[in-house]
Design a protein. Sequence first.
Length: 349
Amino acid sequence: MLLIGFSLGLLAILFVVIARDFHQITVARVFLALLVATAAFLVNGIVVTEWRWLTASLTAALPALFWLLCQFAFARRPEVKSIWGLLALYTFAAPIIGRLIGASEIGGLVYLWSKQFPVYIEYVVMGHGIWVVIANWQDDLVTSRRKLRGAFLGVVGFSLLWASGTLNFGYGARHWLPTLVSIATLIVAALLLKGRTGVLLGVTSVSEFSNKVSEQPDVDGALSPQSKNGAYDKNQHRLKEVMEKGFFRTEKLTLRKLAQEIELPEYKTRTLINRTLGYRNFNDYINQLRIAEASQRLIDEPDTPVLNIALDVGYRTLSSFNRAFKEIQGVSPTEYRIKISDNKATGNQ
């Protein structure tokens, strides 16, 4: 009971702080919901029977909320409306529906779909959330978010797996769960809020992942006066020079290859791109350069096949080019070419 009370106190403090300072940010709202679900998980075994349906329902949301937090905090572009989103919703909704219709008494397929299957799908959803954290790790240009990925994987992933195993299969010691939850919550919250430059201040909406030059740069740490006045300007010039020569067209271009080309360590290359240009993801930076050139060629070379242009600017497949082009321009390459052609014909450039 003491451990549960201590854990609830920590959760309450974190909830108040985050709700007060970051309530307008999407990822913060998801984290707040995760705190509420965590609190419900802690008290589920001690609340009176009349209210256990509520705490059990909130607890069922933990895997889905974990997945959502991974999406909004770490994904290059959150894909909430996807098959994974449906699976996450299923793990939350199915147990509630099963409880309402009395699936335990009905048995059969109803029991399987509302009680048994969600237990296993939870692990699939959490596994995908962990994959989202891992994916594009090397391309992440935000220092605070890169550090948080490791802590998130180690602390939250382990905590949720332990909690789920304890609840669903009886593995592990239940009396350690409040302590584990407290430690996990403290570590992750500290990293989310660290120096007021953590992930909660770094990501507010899906549109912010577009990484336009006007975006606010990351402010983790400070450059030395020498770097600002000398080497930093030199590195900026070198990066610009390399890209103007068309290095961004290199197929399978990675941050490591670019760092080698401009003769800088990878961490300095990340900082250079993030702070001078405002990009949070390396692929977004390269796509912006490639699509800018491709857009101009679509206008200047109306007879050149789209596939040729896609290959020339560095894409290996037409589908990857179309996807990147639509993300940036809002239309497909063919639609863009037709639109520009129509504008020229009517004189409304």
